[in-house]
Write a protein that binds this ligand. Structure first.
Ligand SMILES: [Cu+2]
Length: 103
């Protein structure tokens, strides 16, 4: 499964997302999909900085949260919490909604 979101930084200082975790998944990591020679590959992103007043877009084919090992089967409509970890030590819990993947 993958997590998508738009993450806004309304603060005056830049923030950097350096990881994520969830009680609903064994492992959550920040990934980026890139086309290389016509092949789409994913790589782990160590840090996602967001400038003041800007937003990061996590969407199919780009940045996403990679969600491995759900502890329980998740049905559409369920709302797992995924906590984003910021470089300054803060933890930001975000409620996601489970949706069926697009055909
Ligand atoms: Cu991925």
């Amino acid at each position: 499964m993958a997590g998508f979101a738009r993450i806004e930084n309304p603060c005056k200082a830049s923030v950097s997302i350096v990881g994520a975790e969830s009680l609903a998944f064994d492992d959550v990591s920040l990934h980026e999909t890139r086309e290389e020679n016509g092949v789409s590959r994913m790589r782990e992103v160590a840090a996602l900085p967001i400038a003041p007043g800007k937003a990061a877009e996590l969407k199919p084919g780009g940045l996403h949260l990679m969600l491995h090992g759900p502890y329980q089967p998740l049905a559409a409509g369920e709302k797992p919490v995924i906590t984003l970890k910021l470089a300054d030590g803060r933890a930001l819990p975000v409620v996601f909604e489970v949706r069926k993947s697009a055909p």
